[in-house]
Design a protein around this ligand. Sequence first.
Ligand code: ADP
Length: 278
Amino acid sequence: MLRVEALDKRYKTGDHALKGVSFTVDAGQVVGLIGPSGAGKSTLIRCVNRLVEPTGGKVYLNDTEIGAGAGDLRRVRRRIGMIFQEYALVERLTVMENVLSGRLGYVPFWRSFLRRFPQADVDQAFALLDRVGLSEHADKRADALSGGQRQRVGIARALEQNPELLLIDEPTASLDPKTSRQIMRLIVEICRERDLPAVINIHDVALAQLFVDRIIGLRAGVVVFDAPPDRLDHAALTSIYGEEDWAAMHRAAEDDAAEEDEAEQALQARRERLAGLA
Ligand code: ADP
């Protein structure tokens, strides 16, 4: 379980990015973090994994405080699996090596340098690749994969470190709508299977609503919404984004949906044509 208590962040520039943010995320629960640009979403994620030092407040992971002692950073990062928008794979390494790199915080340097990982780590990596549907691609170079496949490697790598929490930053921002849905479904299924809490920074509100258990809306460093996705109505959305921005986002989402429908219709027409040729 993740517990964030009165988290506060004021940057040296004077920007007050988080103003007493509190929430808990239970084991197996997936929370979507939404809000306009500059609301403090990245700052919040970075304060949890201690890429940014908060000015005030506390973060607990399974009842131990994160970042309480000096030299604690490495231990904190081991406990938190990160999944990134641009996957952050080492392109020249194989899929398997990328997944094993999730163990780097655990394996002695000389062994990782020689790429000699304990058999148990290799076995776990194979099992994870199987779970994300990539077992046949273990020996391929990462740069030979599609975007969706790369993100699956990113998910397997995060799990390879046996994290107690997943922090996920815009996991589908570089993917097409269908692949985005597949990736979101996979993330949510895996969190349930492993009883893992997760926080996903996600700008696609419709996608978040489809998959996550709960939505936290941030605006100007304050939690202005915290409820299941079906409670996210017009009033809630305007409280998070403001009337004008929400209307603009809504129009953009409708345009995207129309484009997707067109693509789907074009595909269907092509299938029918091909069927006619057969
Ligand atoms: P979001 O991820 O929701 O777009 P951020 O957490 O990036 O929001 O930013 C929140 C606020 O903190 C903004 O006002 C932003 O300008 C400010 N901010 C973010 N990072 C820094 C930084 N490294 N130094 C100073 N101000 C920052």
